[in-house]
Design a protein around this ligand. Structure first.
Ligand SMILES: *Cc1c(COP(=O)(O)O)cnc(C)c1O
Length: 374
């Protein structure tokens, strides 16, 4: 977390303030930043998915709020493309939704060339469907906008998992502009807020329901003056603590995330990206004569952090990238390299946590792992 974010954290910890008022402020700020009607700070993108699902399932229905995650007597199917299924969709199921897959995953099966198509969602529509889960990625198909238009023609909301889709910063507004009803982002990834934070933004009615199912409800209805974006006129009484109560976010998390978001939106940590690139060049220079080839990967979006790919000469080394990765983890201090390309003999270095000293240490350890005496 940048120093300014830490400062916001400690400042917030010294003040006594009602949590619902802080969420109300957050809703306004998130609305301004994303263009959405309302927003909510959550304890991560996964919490945002569970809360968003709970909001779609229950809306302002007090009985449904009380029943979640048990949903057998009302619509609770969420359509999802089979090719978009992933471990994080457990967060959607946790609220009581049942995932119904549409389409196939022919590209991975090697059996075809087509992706999931909009008519496949549409032909699965029916009275048991409550929502659509869409996992956004620059290559996701069919385009989000098309799925949203089809869903809205059937009065069905779309919940988008865009947890890791920042940068580019423009996604904050662009995804909202598709008309998607709820969008989840991580606060602890590139935004660099506290690790345990996330954002849910979208339609006011749904954000209000999500907040209602997360806040403490130990009050009297006659005294209760709920914050924006909760619509009190829609309620016959005060619900009890909801399914989201276990995802309570602290005022410190909310205010430091909003501070991080401000920094991220303003300059996108540009200066830092440049200095990190220099550190990766230092590692490259140190490994010049080692049995590996270094490739500095600078993403084309001009906003993501550069990474260093160290492709090991596994034959000359007599060791696999998996072994080197494991040995780096077991060292002191433990070094965790990116593991996405290990099967291709490549270690990936993400520079976010590197400074001059740790860069020297990293290069020392890589040299050691690649020395003949190893
Ligand atoms: C990282 C990620 C999540 C989880 O985000 P948290 O903020 O850690 O809860 C969910 N979905 C996708 C696609 C992710 O990449």
């Amino acid at each position: 977390m940048p120093a300014e974010v830490l400062e916001a954290y400690t400042l917030a910890a010294r003040e006594c303030v009602a949590l619902d008022q802080v969420q109300s402020l957050a809703s306004r700020v998130l609305g301004e930043v994303t263009g959405a009607e309302a927003g909510l700070v959550t304890t991560g993108a996964c919490a945002a998915l569970t809360l968003g699902t709970a909001a779609i399932l229950a809306r302002y229905d007090l009985r449904r709020m009380e029943k979640l995650p048990f949903t057998e007597d009302f619509a609770h199917d969420f359509l999802v493309a089979r090719e978009q299924r992933n471990g994080y969709d457990h967060a959607v199921r946790a609220a009581g939704a049942r995932l119904v897959e549409v389409g196939f995953h022919e590209l991975v099966a090697g059996s075809g060339v087509r992706r999931v198509e909009t008519w496949e969602y549409e032909s699965a529509m029916g009275p048991t469907v409550a929502g659509i889960l869409y996992v956004y990625d620059p290559d996701s198909q069919p385009p989000l906008q098309e799925v949203v238009a089809m869903a809205h023609a059937h009065q069905i909301p779309v919940l988008v998992d865009a947890a890791g889709e920042l940068p580019p910063r423009e996604n904050l507004r662009r995804l909202t502009a598709t008309g998607a009803d709820l969008i989840a982002f991580s606060g602890g990834k590139a935004i660099r807020g506290p690790q345990g934070t996330g954002i849910l933004c979208g339609k006011k009615e749904l954000i209000g329901s999500a907040l209602l199912q997360m806040l403490d409800m130990d009050d009297h209805f006659c005294l209760w003056d709920p914050p924006e974006p909760i619509d009190r006129s829609r309620l016959r009484g005060l619900p009890r603590q909801g399914i989201g109560r276990g995802f309570k976010v602290s005022k410190e998390q909310i205010l430091s995330l909003l501070t991080a978001l401000k920094l991220f939106v303003c300059e996108g940590y540009r200066e830092e990206r440049i200095s990190k690139e220099k550190l990766l060049q230092q590692v490259t220079a140190r490994l010049r004569t080692s049995p590996c080839r270094c490739h500095l990967e600078v993403p084309a979006d001009g906003e993501s952090m550069p990474t260093l790919q160290v492709q090991l000469d596994e034959v000359r080394l007599g060791r696999s990238a998996w072994e080197v990765c494991a040995s780096l983890r077991r060292g002191t201090p433990a070094i965790h390299v990116g593991q996405a390309l290990l099967a291709k003999g490549t270690l990936v270095i993400h520079p976010l946590h590197l400074d001059e000293e740790s860069t020297r240490l990293l290069a020392d350890r890589l040299l050691e792992e690649m020395s003949t005496s190893h």
